[in-house]
Design a protein around this ligand. Structure first.
Ligand SMILES: Nc1nc2c(c(=O)[nH]1)N[C@H]1C(S)=C(S)[C@@H](COP(=O)(O)O)O[C@H]1N2
Ligand SMILES: [Mo]
Length: 346
């Protein structure tokens, strides 16, 4: 059997806080194996329409000013509508296999703006393409405004060097943008004067809308949240239960998370654990006494820009049911009289 894709899911139900241990960070890999790169030999090249083409070794990068920032990463296919649609056998999966294509880490690296200023962008340079060193030469076009804003070339994750599965020795971190833009094993950034339209941003990562047209370059991840405790396939007891979960938004900070324990009839504000960081996951919690009667629990996040996580019906009204990516509708868990927790469509 030929394998051209590797996926591992983060067990969101199994840890607390907001930092995903590096070995539990989800993996999305569009080739059969992780490239083994000799960090001594590896170079990051910046070329094309620049004043000074440059090539950086790992040592060069580590000598430059660094930043360490906590950010979530989320695959644009996470919690996909295609998983959630009625009749799909995946309805019985635990939270890990519906929502586990997001994780949150403290990343360390060099702001891309430092490297770009060093190379000097020519006036005609309006588009930037970048490429990884894996067999598929994973590549994407990068909007210049974002490149000069908060993007960085990361070599550290949670205090360790990046692990091979996550791009050792270096990857791009694009806070709040689609996972696929965070290119691993980064080796090349090239400036040009037209969009590249790489295979990945044309054939693969476009969004099929209700009217049959495809939307390109939907780059930012929307406000989102999920209850991880209790969640799919768990069993709870009547009495005191702590509800806990994670919320995040590609637009900035999470402003509030509300929880309903009566199937979205009434909502209570959840407590947000500190710190609440921009484009990072935040842990939310709520005390709850379950009376032993069947019910449904659901969370809803709002970010600092006022974006509210839609319910499933509103998401479908806006996007139709073709949309494979950027599904951020609320996750409802049903609880039956035995306390069994299940994924349901609401
Ligand atoms: N070089 C390279 N970078 C890549 C990919 C890849 O296959 N090759 N997958 C992308 C996708 S689709 C996602 S969602 C993120 C996942 O990052 P992770 O595997 O570190 O979780 O990496 C992105 N960067
Ligand atoms: Mo992805």
């Amino acid at each position: 059997m030929s394998v051209d894709h590797i996926t591992y899911y983060t067990p969101l139900q199994d840890y607390g806080g907001i930092i995903t241990p590096a070995h539990l960070h989800f993996v999305q890999q569009h080739s059969s194996h992780f490239p083994e790169i000799d960090a001594q030999q590896h170079r990051l090249t910046i070329h094309g329409l620049v004043d000074r083409p440059l090539s950086f070794s790992m040592e060069d990068l580590k000598r430059l000013p660094s930043v360490s920032r906590v950010h979530f990463l989320e695959c644009q296919g996470n919690s996909s509508g295609l998983i959630h649609h009625a009749g799909n056998p995946n309805m019985g999966l635990p939270v890990q296999f519906i929502w586990g294509m997001t994780s949150c880490s403290e990343w360390t690296g060099v702001p891309l703006s430092v490297l770009l200023n060093e190379a000097g962008l020519k006036k005609e340079g309006t588009w930037l393409v970048y490429e990884g060193a894996d067999p598929g030469k994973f590549s994407h076009t990068l909007p210049l405004a974002k490149a000069f804003d908060d993007v960085f070339v990361a070599y550290g994750q949670n205090g360790e060097p990046l692990r091979p599965a996550h791009g050792f020795p270096m990857r791009l971190v694009m806070p709040g943008f689609e996972g696929n833009l965070n290119i691993k094993w980064l080796r090349r950034l090239k400036f040009g004067n037209a969009p590249w339209m790489t295979r990945w941003e044309t054939a693969r990562y476009t969004q099929l809308l209700a009217n049959g047209k495809a939307r390109q370059f939907q780059l930012r991840m929307e406000t989102n949240s999920v209850i991880t405790q209790p969640s799919g396939m768990m069993q709870i007891q009547p009495g005191y239960n702590r509800i806990s979960g994670l919320a995040w938004s590609g637009h900035g900070k999470i402003a509030k998370v509300e929880i309903s324990t009566d199937g979205a009839k009434t909502w209570k504000p959840a407590q947000l654990s500190q710190p609440v960081l921009s484009k990072a996951q935040v842990r939310f919690q709520l005390d709850w006494v379950w009376d032993g009667k069947p019910t449904k629990i659901v969370s809803r996040s709002t970010d600092e820009k006022g974006n509210v996580q839609p319910d499933r019906q509103s998401f479908i009204a806006a996007m139709g049911t073709n949309a494979l990516f950027h599904y951020n509708a609320q996750q409802t868990w049903s609880i039956d009289e035995a306390g069994r927790v299940r994924n349901v469509l609401a």
